[in-house]
Ligand binder design. Structure first.
Ligand SMILES: Nc1ncnc2c1ncn2[C@@H]1O[C@H](COP(=O)(O)OP(=O)(O)OP(=O)(O)O)[C@@H](O)[C@H]1O
Ligand SMILES: [Mg+2]
Length: 475
């Protein structure tokens, strides 16, 4: 269970927030002053600290300063009054995870809960170790002992201890984020913050300010200074996920930061030294992007110093049995069944024949669903076959190209096994299209609908039809 430390001098606030957090399933410890809170941190393991700013004898700022020095990985959220932007900015500069206005009305509560949930996830990402090679517990691990994965582990070991920039490439679901975390955890900066920025999830116009910050008045709507992630991550590690989706402008700025090791906030003249280790990842084909001039070559060569390429699952099918056993252990524990139901050998064989366009994430989802269907009995080939057929009608085990699909469906029609090739093919394409668009839009249905040029109702219908839940992922 995640544990929150709440520091506030006002009994009524302590009480209200305590109940709120508890009803969300958190364990809550209370402190009435910064000094008391800091003492509690020394003897307890918290995932996040939520502190009031102004207290009679000390302030939330003391908590931030002190924890930045002693426990830099523990996220601190500062609750400010209603007119304290300066304190808020100062707080992020000092290393606070974020700040928020103390909720005064029920409408403001979801925002606080959201922020706390994010901070907890962040805290876990930093502190939950990613095991390499074989998993001895049900926590996070990069599983697989194939030759190609052994190489990946070696590369992680080689780059982790150095301060160099690393680029992680690989298809969707192949484990890029896990590798980024493993590098961080094995680096000399493991005790410092790890800050993740998903470049595809933030609108282009906001990404620069998110990364580098801005001064008041830098652009319309910039009412106050903002500290960017690079400045916040000082002495730590920043993970730029989906870097292939960054606009040309932002790429140019990033290149300069990597070369000069300092930043300028948007609209500011001050040069700010930053000592940040950069790890980047993308599933995009950067060579293709460079040919189309959407990715800068100079940035590519800068990032290419240390490159880790994750092999797709279909190129390491020998890892599948191990992965299956790992996910069964993990999800049986989650489902509360003590006797994990190991799959029948021909179920494993069938899983090994698949091409897994969604890689380990897809395999993970299939195993999780199989466990639900199998209950406590072993997973059979019939179960996994049915699940996979549902996911991709007309799914092939060999050629995944469009021509391959078409040929297969037409052959089926010729044999009289399929009546409406047109509908079947449309379904395959639509399913892929909607699922990718939704994922890329970070679950934002309006955004995805906009990209596809379809109406919101159409979007909703398709999502229902194909059984997508806006957030399909736990990670
Ligand atoms: N080798 C592996 N062993 C165990 N679990 C793995 C492995 N690779 C990936 N996973 C799991 O699969 C899921 C997807 O992995 P991850 O988020 O790292 O993929 P990704 O490459 O970042 O994908 P995307 O490009 O879609 O962001 C996660 O739940 C992760 O824990
Ligand atoms: Mg990822």
């Amino acid at each position: 269970m995640s544990k929150i430390l709440l520091i506030d001098d006002e009994p009524s606030i302590r009480d209200a927030l305590k109940h709120l957090f508890q009803s969300e399933g958190y364990e809550v410890a209370l402190a009435t002053s910064a000094a008391e809170g800091l003492a509690a941190v020394n003897t307890n393991d918290f995932q996040v600290v939520v502190t009031d700013w102004k207290m009679p004898n000390d302030s939330g700022m003391d908590v931030i300063k002190s924890l930045r020095a002693s426990q830099p990985r523990l996220p601190v959220i500062l609750m400010t009054g209603h007119d304290t932007p300066v304190a808020a900015i100062e707080a992020t500069k000092l290393g606070a995870y974020d700040y928020i206005r103390k909720p005064g009305t029920p409408e403001e509560i979801p925002e606080l809960l959201d922020l706390v949930a994010k901070a907890v996830a962040n805290s876990r990402r930093m502190s939950e170790p990613v095991e390499l090679g074989n998993a001895t517990h049900v926590g996070d691990a990069i599983v697989g002992s194939s030759r190609v994965m052994q190489d990946v582990y070696k590369q992680i070991g080689r780059v982790a201890a150095t301060p160099i920039t690393v680029l992680i490439r690989g298809e969707t679901g192949s484990g890029k984020e896990l590798v980024a975390r493993a590098i961080y955890q094995h680096s000399q900066r493991a005790g410092r913050p790890f800050i993740e920025v998903n470049c595809a999830a933030i609108p282009e116009t906001l990404l620069e300010s998110e990364l580098f910050g801005h001064e008041r008045g830098a652009f319309t709507g910039a009412h106050q200074r903002r500290i960017g992630r690079f400045e916040q991550a000082h002495q730590g590690t920043i993970f730029l996920d989906e870097i292939g989706d960054m606009s040309a402008n932002t790429q140019a700025k990033l290149l300069r930061v990597l070369q000069d090791r300092h930043i300028q906030r948007l609209g500011g003249r001050e040069t700010i030294e930053t000592d940040v280790r950069v790890i980047a990842a993308t599933h995009r084909n950067l060579e293709e992007a460079m040919r189309q001039s959407t990715f800068r070559e100079d940035l590519y060569y800068r990032l290419n110093d240390a490159l880790i390429t994750l092999p797709p699952l279909r190129e390491r099918r020998e890892d599948i049995p191990e992965l299956v056993r790992f996910f069964i252990r993990r999800y049986s524990a989650e489902l509360g069944s003590s006797q994990p139901s190991m799959p029948e050998p021909d179920a494993i064989a069938y899983l090994q024949e698949q091409t897994w366009p969604g890689n380990v994430r897809e395999l993970r989802n299939v195993i999780r669903e199989s466990l639900l269907l199998a209950r406590d009995a072993p997973i059979t080939r019939e179960i996994v076959e049915r699940l996979l057929a549902q996911k991709t009608p007309g799914r092939t085990t060999g050629d995944q190209s469009m021509a391959g699909y078409v040929a297969q469906l037409l052959a089926k029609a010729k044999r009289g096994e399929l009546e409406n090739v047109h509908a079947a093919l449309t379904e395959i394409v639509e399913r892929e299209l909607y699922s990718q668009a939704l994922r890329l839009a970070g679950g934002d249905q309006s955004k995805a609908a906009g990209w596809l040029g379809v109406s919101r109702p159409t979007m909703r219908d398709k999502l229902l039809k194909y059984g997508f839940h806006p957030s399909q992922d736990e990670s």
